[in-house]
Design a protein around this ligand. Sequence first.
Ligand code: GLA
Length: 707
Amino acid sequence: MKRLTYLAYWVFLCSAVICSGAQAPSPSPAPKPSARPRPLATAPSPGPKLPGLILGAAWYPEHWPESRWEEDLRLMQEAGLHTVRVGEFAWSRMEPEEGKFDFAWLDRAVALAGQHDIFVVLGTPTAAAPAWLTEKYPDTLVTEWNGRRATHGNRGQCRPTSARYREFSRRIAEQMAGRFGHNPHVIGWQTDNEFGPVSYDEDTRRQFQQWLKARYKTLDSLNQHWSTSYWSQTYNNWQEIPIPIGGHNPGLKLEWQRFITDTFRDFNRNQVAVIRAHSDPRQFITHNFMGWYDGFDHYVLSQDLDLASWDDYIGTGHLDPASNALLHDLTRGFKRKNFWVMETQPGSVNWAQVNNSLDRGEVRDMAWEAIGHGADAVSYWQWRSALGGQEQYHGTIVGADGKPVPLYEEIAQIGKEFARMGEGFRGTSPTAETALLQDYDSRWAIQFQRHSQGFDTFQHFLSYYRPLETLTQGLDVVHPMAPLTAYRLVVAPHLNVLPDAVADHLLEFVQGGGHLVLGPRSGMKDAYNALLPSRQPGSILSAILGGDVRQYYALEKPAPLSGPAGEGEAKIWAEMLEATAPDTEVLARYGKSNGWLDGQPAVITRRVGAGRITYVGGWLDDKTMASLAAWMVQVSQVKPALGAVPEGVEVCRRSGQGQDIFIVINHTTEPQTISLPHPMREALRGGGATSSLLLPPREVGVLLPAE
Ligand code: GLA
C-alpha cells in the first residue's frame, strides 16, 4: 500500500487543524504559547555510562512525602536497579494550574536518583490530563462509541485528535524537555503511555474525512475501491462518510485503522519534536507498546522513535515461553534493533480474571528470556503501590509498609546478575536466518471478518512461531517490506492483504534463492481491503508457486490430512489447493472431510531456481506443524543456533563483539541436561569449560566461548 508521505500528511493535517478550529465547538480559546522552558543546566552533558544490561522500575515520587524518597532509592540501589521511569501520570503535579509549572520536586527526585546511580526515563504525562484541563475544556475529552463523553478520573480520556489537547500536550512536553533535556541523570523519554483510546466525536469524524480526501483525492476513486454501490453506500460528499462502528464496509474499516495510526503518529511527533529540540541527542525517545495490541500500526509509529519498548504482562496463569518470545521478537522487529521491556509484572497484576502470582523463579526466568530476545532493559511496574488509586492490588517490589516484599530478593538476584554480565552483552543483539512476516493490514482485515470465530491471528501466528523457534533457536518477526536478503527462510502465516509491491518484494526474495512459505488466507485482498480479482495468493506469487487456492472453508470439525509433510489434521480453516504446474509438489492432501476437500492438495511447494515457494492451505495441528516446520528448516538449510536441547529448554543467541553469547533457560520444573556441540564456559554461575550443562529447574545459563 502506498502510504501518504509525511509531507502530504503534514500539509493535510495543518489544514485539518485549521478546519477543525473553525468548525469545532470552541468554548474557550486554545492555550497561549508558553514562555520558553527554563533549562536547569544549559551545557550538553556527556551523559552517564549505562550498564550493559539495565534493571529498573516505575517509580512515582509524587505519591510519597519527599522524606521517603531516600529510602526507596536506597532499596532500589541495593537491589541493583539502575533506572526509574518517572512522571508519566504526574501532570497535575507538574502543572497544578493552567500555565503554572512546578518542576522543582522533579528536579529533586531526579537529582536524588542520580546520587544513587539510578538514571531516569521521563514519561510525558499526557495519558492522564489534570482535572482543571478537562473541566475547563471538556471538548478535549474522548467521546466513546456510544456517544457518551468520558468523565475525569481515568486515563486515556483525552482525544488525540483534539487540536487543543495536542497543544497542551506539546507544551508540557516542551516544558519538561527544556528543564531536563540536558540533565545528565535523564537518559531518555517515554511519550504518553500505551496509546490506545480513540474518540468518535464529530471533530474526529471531520478529520477522518479530510484524511480520506487527501488519500483518495476523488470520491469516485473512494467509491470504486470500497465497492460502495453495494448496499447503497455510494458517497456524493466527503461529509457523508461515517466513522465505522460495528460491522461496516471493510475498506472504510481498514482506512479508519490507518487514520488512527496517523493520528497517534502525529500526536506522538508533536511531543517528539519538542523533546528533540530541547534535549541532548544521547537521550532516547520511546513509547511503551502493548505486545499484540492492534489499535494502530506499530511500524509506522516506531519510525519516529529511537527505540521500541513494550509492557510485558502475563495476567492470569504463567509464562508460556514461546508466546512471550514472539512478543519480544515482534517488538524488536518494529525498529529491527534491541528494545526495552518498559514494564513487566513483579509477581502479579490487578486486572486479570485471577491475579495469581508468578512462581518463585519465574520473574527471573522472564527477565533472562527478555534479554535473550534482545531487550537491553527490564523494568518492573511498579516499585510501590500508591495507598489510594485504582491499582492498589497490583504486584510491587516494596509493600504498603515500605518494606521489601518476598519477590525483592529475586529482583536483587537479577540485579546482581545483570551487573556481572552486562559488559559482555554490550553491543550484542539476536541474529536469525528465519523471519516471520507480520503486518497490521492483514490482521485487521482478518479480524474484521474472521469467518470462523476460532481464527485468532495471535494463535495462528504462534502455531508457526512455536515449532520454528524451537528448531532455529532464533527468529525475527518483521514487516513484509523489511529487507529479506539476510534470511534463508521467510514465513508469512496469514498475509491476507498482499498488494503488488509486497508480492514483488517476496518474488525477489524467492528469485534470490530464499524459501518463502505462505500460510492460509494469504494473498486474498488488495491495499483497500477489496478481494483480489484472482485466486489466492494473487497472480504474481501464484505464477511462481505453480498453484493456487480453489476454495476456502471454515471448518466445523478438523479435516484429516497426510503426505510427506506429515500426518494430522487441519482445524478451523482449510483451503483446497490446486497444483497447476507439472513440477509443483503436493506435500499433503486432505482425507475424508466435507466432500469438497477430500483428496485435494493441502500443502504444495515448488522450487524456483535456487529458491522455493510453499503454500500451506490449512491451520495445521501442532504435530503436523512441527513436522512441516522441520521440513522447512531442513530444505532451507537453516541451522539451530546451538543444537538440540531437551523440551522446555529455550536457547537464545546474541551476537556482537566478534562472538556469540547463548542464554539457555530451563523453563521446566525439572533439572535438564544440555549437551553442548563444543566446550563452552557457563558464566552466570561460573565454572570452567564444559561440554554438558546441568540446569536446575527454572535456571539460566549464559554460555561463552571456552577460553
Ligand atoms: C499498564 C500501564 C501501567 C499499569 C500497568 C498495570 O501497563 O502502563 O501504568 O497500569 O498496566 O499492569
